[in-house]
Design a protein around this ligand. Structure first.
Ligand SMILES: Cc1cc2nc3c(=O)[nH]c(=O)nc-3n(C[C@H](O)[C@H](O)[C@H](O)COP(=O)(O)OP(=O)(O)OC[C@H]3O[C@@H](n4cnc5c(N)ncnc54)[C@H](O)[C@@H]3O)c2cc1C
Ligand SMILES: *[C@@H]1O[C@H](CO)[C@@H](O)[C@H](O)[C@H]1NC(C)=O
Ligand SMILES: *[C@@H]1O[C@H](CO)[C@@H](O)[C@H](O)[C@H]1NC(C)=O
Length: 478
């Protein structure tokens, strides 16, 4: 490099530092009215606050705003517009691609952790739930009052991202996805206005948010959910099988799965050498055994089986594999992972099963596959929801995890290559948007199908300048 170049580079550097400083101070003063904490990169706790569940991808925001109320969210949106910054909502920080941090650097993250009210109305069987709540806290508070919502099994997942993209769990064949149970929402839009959204007011947004809402339309601050009485006792089921009987087990799953009692959810897991089913029945163990009869008569004989009658909350604790105390006070368990989602309408063929068994056996990284039995209430078509996956027999999640950053490329490539081929050969075209995957081609159709065009129209109506965007957000133009 010659001297002139070095001098130019230095000048450029000085200019850049000044620009960053000016922006930083403009940002600080714009955000000054915020009641909650604002944490900037120069704060030494900042680096720990941007470690989300998946550490394979990471981004560095310009500021974290821990909104204390709706007003703080509105102030943040107004500042982002004024300063031409990107802005993103983070509820539980469990996005597979870290989109809770915007999916890119230098955005304003509005963290909703402290917007965490839970108000239960037992009479109307509804609950107002702040968007910053984690699932474990919600299960705890609701079950104390004798209620549940259908939602996922991981306690540290945030209700915000989860219920805006679906939300499947152990009560879903009876009560649908979490998103199906949303009655109304409050959302701060791109103009900084707080909108009330239900099936009458802003009903187009009601449709869009219930299935395609995560990150694309605005920042949801609270939900009203329909809640359901918990049965006095439920039955958790754990069945182990001989891996050599995988084909017979899938035959039973494929054949009996669609007609299985809606009080049951089953999740089959396939690991190298391990084949098991976990399930929940919303009722007594006696009734659970009856309801499982047809399935068990078709399935191979389990090498071990347990039907455990317990309270609903204890079943939540069981399936979390955490202590009850941690379920009530959830925290992240950051690790390196990548996942693929496939949806199956009719059972997998034996060729498909062999292909996935072989992949798991030969993979360089730690893989396992989960087959969640959908159907029941999850398949009820609802034209006030943008969630399209309503004819699914099971949802497959193929997950790979590893220990150090230098393994990332190899593990991701191996999974991507297999996933692409497997999906094109053996499953439906579609994938589940809550297992969001940046490497998925034509995700627009795979996640949102025939609704995509309408979602784009609604987007361009409420956020024409595309303030709320991330690498897989609903765009303003098709
Ligand atoms: C360990 C683990 C277990 C999981 N288990 C299940 C399961 O059992 N069932 C299931 O269905 N899914 C499950 N998921 C997937 C989960 O539902 C999604 O990752 C979900 O998007 C996470 O939501 P979040 O609020 O925690 O994440 P975040 O990273 O905070 O947000 C995810 C996306 O939603 C947006 N968003 C978040 N909050 C809001 C808001 N208030 N308003 C507008 N947009 C918002 C974010 O900007 C981001 O784009 C699991 C994920 C993990 C990591
Ligand atoms: C850094 O952020 C924390 C919140 O995580 C806050 O309590 C603390 O006051 C901040 N420190 C400074 C110097 O701003
Ligand atoms: C709108 O929502 C309310 C509350 O859940 C419900 O009672 C009503 O039937 C819904 N109307 C339509 C048209 O879906």
């Amino acid at each position: 490099m010659n001297k002139l170049n070095i001098i130019l580079l230095l000048l450029w550097y000085i200019l850049l530092i000044n620009l960053v400083n000016v922006n930083a101070s403009a940002l600080t003063s714009c955000l000054a009215p915020v009641k909650g904490q604002t944490v900037y990169p120069n704060n030494n706790t900042f680096s720990t606050l941007i470690v989300d569940e998946n550490i394979y991808v990471s981004y560095t925001p310009s500021v974290l705003v821990y909104a204390a109320n709706n007003n703080d969210v509105q102030t943040s949106v107004n500042c982002a517009v004024k300063l031409k910054m990107g802005i993103t909502a983070r509820s539980g920080g469990h996005s597979y691609e870290n989109y809770g941090l915007g999916g890119r650097n230098n955005v304003m993250v509005v963290d909703l952790t402290n917007i965490n009210e839970i108000t239960i109305d037992s009479k109307s069987q509804t609950a107002k739930i702040g968007a910053g709540n984690k699932l474990g806290v919600i299960y705890d508070k609701l079950s104390q009052a004798g209620f549940l919502i259908p939602a996922g099994t991981c306690p540290s997942v945030g209700i915000g991202g989860h219920s805006l993209g679906g939300g499947f769990g152990m009560a879903s064949r009876k009560y649908g996805f979490a998103s199906d149970n949303i009655i109304s929402m409050e959302m701060v839009d791109a103009n900084g206005n707080l909108l009330k959204i239900d099936n009458k007011t802003n009903s187009d947004l009601f449709f869009a948010l219930r299935g395609a809402g995560g990150g694309s339309y605005g920042i949801v601050t609270s939900f009203v959910f329909r809640i359901h009485p918990t049965p006095p006792q439920v039955t958790s089921m754990t069945l182990q099988f001989d891996i050599n009987q995988v084909h017979q087990l899938f035959n039973a799953y494929n054949e009996v799965g669609p007609s299985l009692d809606n009080n049951i959810v089953l999740s089959l897991s396939l690991d190298t050498g391990i084949l098991s089913i976990e399930g929940l029945y919303l009722g007594s163990s006696k009734n659970a055994k009856n309801a499982m009869n047809t399935f068990l008569s078709k399935a191979p004989k389990p090498t071990s089986s347990e039907f455990k009658q317990q309270t609903f909350f204890d079943s939540v604790v069981k399936f979390s594999y955490l202590s009850s105390n941690e379920v009530k006070n959830p925290k992240h368990h950051p690790y390196f992972f990548k996942a693929k989602s496939f949806l199956v309408n009719k059972g997998l063929t034996s060729q498909a099963i062999d292909s996935i068994v072989d992949f798991l056996k030969n993979a360089n990284c730690n893989g396992f596959a989960l087959f969640d039995l959908f159907g029941g209430a999850t398949n009820i078509v609802d034209d006030t929801s943008s969630f399209i996956h309503r004819d699914v027999l099971y949802g497959i999640q193929l997950l790979s995890s590893w220990e150090t950053k230098d393994q990332s490329n190899k593990c991701v490539k191996e999974l991507n290559d297999f996933g692409k081929e497997f999906q094109s050969k053996f499953t439906s075209y579609f994938s589940y948007q809550n297992y969001i995957d940046r490497d998925l081609d034509d995700w627009q159709t795979r996640y949102y199908g025939h609704n995509f065009k309408r979602l784009v129209e609604i987007k361009s109506k409420y956020d024409p300048n595309n303030l709320f965007n991330f690498p897989q957000s609903i765009p303003v133009k098709v």
